[in-house]
Ligand binder design. Structure first.
Ligand SMILES: [Zn+2]
Ligand SMILES: [Zn+2]
Length: 317
């Protein structure tokens, strides 16, 4: 399923078998998660420099020919030599290439990926349930890491990432406060089922001040709202790759050493740590499945919030 230009749906195209270069694996794709970033790519909010491009950056499949099961995330390649790479911040590498944006991704029968950026899928995770770990899970985990030791954490936007990280927060004995689109009673119920202490509308006040908050929804209006919900010294983490403009803000909500932090991409350390943690919880992903050729339907359902949890394209499971 190929991206050709901004504003057009993905197109089903017959492509030649991808050829792995030195250091790359050829992967027979089993499942590929759909991510909000894919919507930002379709809408041109995040640019694809050289289309056509196969999207998809939560790939689970088996290595040809040995059958090992691996996952491929968004971070697909880094130079390994810049100051960011050398200081454990490869997520900020200016030359980084991203799966399904700069490199062909997993909305296809086969994909190739740099072996250094492929990860073993934990035993006991079916390929369907594993796909959302690779972006929703990893980005959620990186956001959670930035919340430090906070014990009361707000989650604004209860989609794929929040539904995973809510389970981790609860398992760690911390409290998650879930904020959904106003009136989304089913979404709030879903959050409570996954261990949230409280769930309410995004414009509601939580029952207690938050020590940290993560905004997963790409909605800049949530920044002042979340800052007002934070106690002094609290941190606000913006987890998305794109956000609509943030409204002008009085200094008051930021005063008292509150912090705003964005999260960009992921590092391989995030992947190693999170994929080791997920089976301990154990994280249970809630997936809605679509055949590969219905990728546009999956994206449309994501855009309109028609499912809870994550959407996954399936090839052969
Ligand atoms: Zn670098
Ligand atoms: Zn993603």
């Amino acid at each position: 399923m190929v991206f050709e230009r901004v504003g057009a749906p993905l197109k089903a195209v017959e492509l030649p078998m991808p050829e792995p270069a030195a250091g790359q694996l050829l992967i027979k794709v089993q499942t590929c998660g759909v991510c909000r970033t894919d919507l930002h790519l379709l809408d041109g909010e995040v640019a694809i420099e050289s289309p056509p491009r196969v999207l998809g950056h939560q790939i689970v499949g088996t290595v040809v020919p040995d059958g090992r099961r691996v996952g491929v995330p968004w971070l697909g390649w880094t130079d390994g030599s810049c100051k960011f790479c050398r200081s454990g911040r490869e997520n900020l590498c200016p030359d980084a290439r991203f799966t399904g944006r700069d490199l062909d991704g997993g909305m296809a029968e086969y994909a190739v990926a740099d072996e250094r950026f492929c990860f073993p899928i934990p035993e006991g995770f079916p390929s369907l349930q594993a796909a959302p770990l690779l972006c929703a899970g990893l980005i959620g985990y990186r956001c959670l890491r930035l919340c430090g030791e906070a014990s009361a954490i707000g989650l604004y936007g209860f989609g794929a990432a929040a539904h995973i990280i809510c389970q981790v927060i609860a398992w760690q004995g911390r409290r998650a406060y879930a904020f959904t689109r106003p009136g989304d009673a089913a979404g709030q119920e879903f959050a409570l089922e996954l261990g949230a202490t409280w769930a309410g509308d995004s414009d509601a006040e939580p029952p207690q001040p938050l020590e940290a908050a993560i905004i997963f929804a790409p909605v800049g209006e949530l920044v002042p709202a979340a800052l007002r919900a934070l106690e002094p010294g609290g941190v606000l983490v913006c987890g998305g790759i794109y956000m609509s403009p943030i409204p002008e803000l009085d200094y008051g909500p930021l005063w008292h050493e509150r912090q705003i932090h964005s999260v960009a991409n992921l590092t391989r350390r995030d992947a190693q740590e999170f994929l080791a943690l997920a089976p301990q919880v154990p994280v249970r992903t809630h997936v809605t499945t679509y055949p590969l050729e219905e990728a546009n339907e999956a994206l449309d359902d994501l855009r309109h919030g028609r499912f809870h949890g994550a959407a996954v394209l399936t090839l052969e499971v």
